[in-house]
Write a protein that binds this ligand. Structure first.
Ligand SMILES: Nc1nc2c(ncn2[C@@H]2O[C@H](COP(=O)(O)OP(=O)(O)OP(=O)(O)O)[C@@H](O)[C@H]2O)c(=O)[nH]1
Ligand SMILES: [Mg+2]
Length: 292
């Protein structure tokens, strides 16, 4: 059998749809998604297996300027995700105006086998989008330009076909039943963070981390406790909400998703803690898993 495999990184600015594309490609939810920029903080692997191929996709944090040590960790994750891969998918949001600095970012991206992926075409206006894409035709480092919609499934199979045609390894890197490199406790903490990102406003969600402090799997039920870490007392009050209403809602939303993930009943307890400026504290970052 002519088996092929390889590594494919997904990169781009925050909020362009990287994690949505990863989940769509591998048909599993390994990476959380939200309408807020800087949702993804870690390099996350998602693996697609079929009889003839194993494709290892790497989701990354959005490219942005570093202000905190957490940002620096995110940048390191991006750098390590693009070194030594077979293909890079560079994503551009097709529903937004494309600026000269976006084109420059792609032009300067000095890697081989870069495919430019134009996302969210379901909400883009074609008459505005297509003329803007012409400038990319002249870029030497870009061989393919593929407009997609992860929500509508548009051109996802075409993208996979193109990727497959460029792979050369024939090593099986992971067993067939493994679809991510992350432990289940990571997926659980990210699920809780996802609900916080969706429900909280302004600067509060960016200063939040989730730490699993208890994970006990019994025959019938899984008992999970987690700390929600925030940066300010005032944020803690917002997360708890009036009479605990916000925290209760976050708990319910999270539990439903975690039960689906674990295929088991879940007893979830959430606590809110303040750790001032944890995003700039090496020890806190390390404890939360934000170190390489
Ligand atoms: N209409 C539409 N929206 C999309 C599509 N793909 C992603 N989105 C939306 O775009 C927003 C950002 O999606 P993410 O997948 O979290 O984006 P990301 O690039 O991973 O963002 P960061 O992790 O913050 O860098 C979410 O609200 C998604 O629902 C698409 O194909 N169509
Ligand atoms: Mg993401």
């Amino acid at each position: 059998m002519n088996f092929k495999s390889g590594f494919v990184s997904i990169i781009g600015k925050p909020n362009v749809g990287k994690s949505t594309l990863l989940n769509t490609l591998i048909k599993e939810k390994v990476s959380i998604i939200s309408p807020k920029p800087q949702t993804t903080r870690n390099k996350i692997i998602g693996i697609l297996n079929d009889e003839e191929y194993q494709i290892i996709f790497i989701d990354t944090p959005g490219i942005h300027a570093s202000k905190t040590k957490l940002d620096e960790f995110m940048q390191t994750s991006i750098n390590s995700a693009i070194s030594d891969v077979d293909i890079v998918l560079f994503l551009i949001d097709g529903s937004k105006k494309i600026y000269e600095k976006d084109v420059e970012m792609v032009r300067k991206f000095d890697k081989e086998n870069v495919m430019l992926i134009i996302t969210k075409t379901d909400i883009a206006k074609e008459e505005l989008l297509f003329p803007q894409l012409e400038v990319f035709n002249s870029l030497e480092n870009i061989k393919d330009i593929i407009p997609i919609s992860a929500h509508k499934g548009k051109n996802i199979n075409l993208l996979l076909k193109k990727i497959k045609s460029k792979l050369n390894d024939n090593i099986k890197y992971y067993e067939d039943d493994i679809y991510t490199d992350k432990p289940v406790s990571f997926l659980v903490s990210e699920t809780i963070r996802e609900k916080l990102l969706w429900r909280l406003r302004e600067e509060v969600p960016h200063g939040i981390a989730v730490e699993i402090i208890e994970f006990r799997e019994k025959a019938e039920i899984c008992v999970i406790s987690a700390d929600i870490i925030c940066e300010k007392k005032s944020h803690k009050q917002i997360i708890i909400g009036k009479n605990g209403s916000m925290l209760k809602e976050i708990g319910t939303l999270s539990r439903v998703d975690i039960e689906e993930l674990l295929k088991k009943k879940v007893l979830l307890q959430l606590f809110v803690k303040v750790r001032e400026e944890w995003r700039d504290n090496k020890t806190h970052l390390k404890n939360l898993g934000y170190d390489e």
